[in-house]
Design a protein around this ligand. Sequence first.
Ligand SMILES: CC(C)(COP(=O)(O)OP(=O)(O)OC[C@H]1O[C@@H](n2cnc3c(N)ncnc32)[C@H](O)[C@@H]1OP(=O)(O)O)[C@@H](O)C(=O)NCCC(=O)NCCSC(=O)CC(=O)O
Length: 206
Amino acid sequence: MDKRNVEPFGLKLIMQVYNFAQVCLNVYMIYGLSEVVGVPNIFGINKPYSANLEFFCFVHFLSKALDYFDTIFIILRKKYDQLSVLHVYHHASIGMVWAYLLQIGHANGTASYGAFINSVIHFIMYSHYFIRSIGLENPFKRLVTSAQITQFYSCMLHAVLVPIYDEIIPKKLAILQLCYHTTMIYLFTNFYNQQYKSKGKGKKTS
Ligand SMILES: CC(C)(COP(=O)(O)OP(=O)(O)OC[C@H]1O[C@@H](n2cnc3c(N)ncnc32)[C@H](O)[C@@H]1OP(=O)(O)O)[C@@H](O)C(=O)NCCC(=O)NCCSC(=O)CC(=O)O
């Protein structure tokens, strides 16, 4: 047997623990950030800044550093097809976006919606990865990707509504959000089409 194809047992266990820890961490962030969402104001427009929201946006920023373990696992497992443009771009950029918001003091109020919805989606995503890491297939994988894309569209809508209705956060930040999520929708739609629609199903994005 070719030793290079044998998964080190320790790594498999570490990935399972890591994915489970990510699920728990995202539940914690959903709980902490839930203050921003409500009915009918689902985006928390004009939500006053609070120490709680700033703290949880900071936790969310730190979680983006933790997410780098995904990349480390991919490299250690030599699963280079997973090291897509989408993966590298997203992991390299999203931490900087949150660092910038924290630095200018606007990782708060309605901006917390982005952290909230991403925590919900990452709860779903790491539940999926946990299932995969214990060696099971997830029959709902396609729905996981659809949920991720829906998240980006919701952030686009948020970015359109903020300059019109929000009187607290600087309007230029909505432009940043629009640009960022346009790139994410493009990359993820590409991934979706290659993964689920093309003849060669199972292919990865470049
Ligand atoms: C369903 C997806 C979540 C993942 O799809 P994939 O095709 O990449 O992955 P998959 O389900 O087929 O699993 C592939 C392999 O990853 C292993 N695996 C398990 N846990 C992992 C972890 N924490 N990090 C990296 N790999 C992991 C599985 O065991 C499996 O190994 P084996 O193949 O050996 O069995 C998809 O929607 C997606 O996000 N695709 C883009 C790829 C990506 O990098 N996504 C995360 C960052 S983007 C992001 O985070 C955006 C957002 O905010 O939503």
